[in-house]
Write a protein that binds this ligand. Structure first.
Ligand code: IPD
Length: 298
């Protein structure tokens, strides 16, 4: 890994990094994998299970991750790679590609069009919450013909199929009762029971709840004002890395509980005027029961 210089932290961008080039490369990768999962989808998907019988993985998840890893290794052989389906690889540059080849695999299996490919490049240690930050990233939503993308300090955009970039911006929502909030659920039955308990006090205090099925897209939809906020317990780095940056570059905030960094424990994302209220509502809902006892291992 690149040694940080005096006064820098592990989350600083290594000297000489061209963030605009990394952003374009992330867009290329996400778009290529997005096209691949559409065009190469076989008539019969082979669906195996991972953490539980509700947690599917298909041959297309593995093949799309291979495609992404091969592209990254060819263009950026010294960067590390951390993805959902394969072992992490180490690098020497201080940059790690964090990839989810299909975020929303359940939707993909059913042909329900809310799934995405998430590609981010981050600094720091992606396995430790708070020790890493995304610096460029892209989320492809192939069934909508869009690729959301951002780099640190460069704003957030949605690129359409003709290659035209449109800036995206969070909604101006301020009040919870008129806010549309998304969330998601894990694959473990105990975890779901606890997530259901946490939802009970939230539901009557917001406009409505959406459960899209792709955390990366939920974050992009908050970034573009299609949703006002999003929260979830149990999210992995590959689900959130690109969406986190796109949301913050669109004027939003993503945090964990009580000012802590986003982590698998909790992420709460919204436009800045709404964020605190949504955080406090979710924190109150979680405080009403023993979350860690109810959802062992989260
Ligand atoms: C899942 C999706 C879903 C979220 C789950 C994730 P996957 O990712 O992002 O929206 O609620 O927590 O695990 O398994 O489809 O890559």
């Amino acid at each position: 890994m690149t040694t940080p210089t005096a006064g820098s932290s592990a989350r600083d961008v290594p000297d000489g990094t061209d963030l605009a080039a990394l952003e374009e490369f992330a867009v290329d990768c996400a778009a290529a994998a997005g096209a691949f999962i559409e065009e190469a989808r076989p008539a019969e998907l082979r669906v195996a299970t991972k953490s539980s019988e509700t947690d599917p993985v298909t041959q297309m998840d593995s093949a799309a991750e291979r495609l992404l890893r091969e592209r990254i290794a060819a263009a950026r052989p010294d960067d590390a790679c951390h993805g959902e389906e394969e072992e992490a690889t180490r690098g020497t540059t201080g940059l790690t590609w964090v990839i989810d080849p299909i975020d929303g695999t359940v939707n993909y299996v059913y042909g329900y069009p809310f799934y995405s490919v998430s590609v981010a490049v981050v600094t720091g240690d992606v396995t430790t919450p708070g020790a890493w930050r995304p610096v460029a990233g892209a989320v492809a939503h192939p069934r909508a013909g869009l690729v959301y993308h951002a780099r640190r300090g460069g704003g957030a955009f949605a690129r359409d199929a003709s290659g035209r970039d449109e800036p995206v911006r969070v909604s101006g929502a301020v009040d919870l009762p008129t806010s549309l909030i998304a969330t998601g659920f894990g694959y473990d039955a105990d975890k779901r029971r606890a997530q259901g308990k946490a939802l009970v006090p939230v539901l009557p205090r917001v406009r409505d709840i959406r459960r899209g099925g792709s955390a990366a897209l939920d974050l992009c939809h908050v970034a573009s004002g299609l949703l006002d906020g999003y929260y979830e317990m149990g999210i992995n780095a590959w689900d959130m890395a690109a969406g986190w940056l796109i949301l913050t570059e669109a004027g939003g905030l993503l945090t964990g509980l009580d000012g802590r960094p986003p982590s698998p424990d909790l992420i709460v994302g919204a436009g800045q005027p709404l964020h605190q209220a949504l955080h406090d509502l979710v924190a109150e809902a979680l405080a009403a029961f023993d979350w860690s006892a109810d959802a062992p291992g989260r």
